[in-house]
Design a protein around this ligand. Structure first.
Ligand code: RP5
Length: 170
């Protein structure tokens, strides 16, 4: 059983969750990805959580839209960290999913990310940071990734300074 379990509420969420899977894969983190709904398939969701627990999974990532109950329903059934990705869909454009995911009762936290792809990316980074607490190789990968991001910003800054008036130097 992989350490990260990614559950989306509907296959229609897939495209928005994809960046999460890409980052997990890039970091060499095994994950299980599936579709299950807190409302449409509550028993299936329970079984996924049970199996994940038995298999030693450590982090859940849950993506859902509308009255997004999935992350909360998972949080109610596990002591593992649960990361929620609110998905925009429907008449309220994702505010419903954001509020449903973020407004958890005390004692049942869901680490709520931004909506859609931006949130999907950070869900992967946060899951990686949680796992890295006990994985020095993963810590090194995260450090390297941050250095690469800083390098990209510096290159972009240098490039625009060369093209434009370039009055800012460090
Ligand atoms: C939620 O309802 C899903 O997570 C999805 O974002 C939304 C719409 O689902 P579909 O009707 O497209 O299956 O449960």
């Amino acid at each position: 059983m992989p350490k990260v379990i990614v559950i989306m509420g509907s296959i229609s969420d897939r495209e928005k969750v994809e960046p999460c899977l890409e980052i997990l894969a890039k970091l060499g983190i095994d994950y299980l990805v599936t579709v299950s709904s807190a409302h449409r398939t509550p028993e299936r969701t329970e079984k996924i959580i049970r199996d994940a627990k038995a298999g030693g999974a450590q982090v859940f990532i849950c993506a859902a839209g509308l009255a997004a109950h999935l992350a909360g329903a998972v949080a109610a059934r596990t002591l593992c960290p649960v990361i929620g990705i609110p998905i925009s869909s429907g008449a309220l454009g994702g505010q419903d999913a954001l509020y449903s995911t973020v407004q958890m009762p005390a004692g049942f936290p869901v680490a709520t990310m931004a909506l859609d792809k931006a949130g999907a990316k950070n869900a992967a980074w946060l899951a990686a940071q949680i796992l890295a607490l006990n994985d020095s190789e993963l810590t090194k990968k995260l450090q390297a990734a941050r250095e690469a991001m800083a390098g990209e910003v510096e290159n972009a800054g240098a490039s625009i300074e060369n093209q434009d008036i370039g009055i800012y130097t460090v």
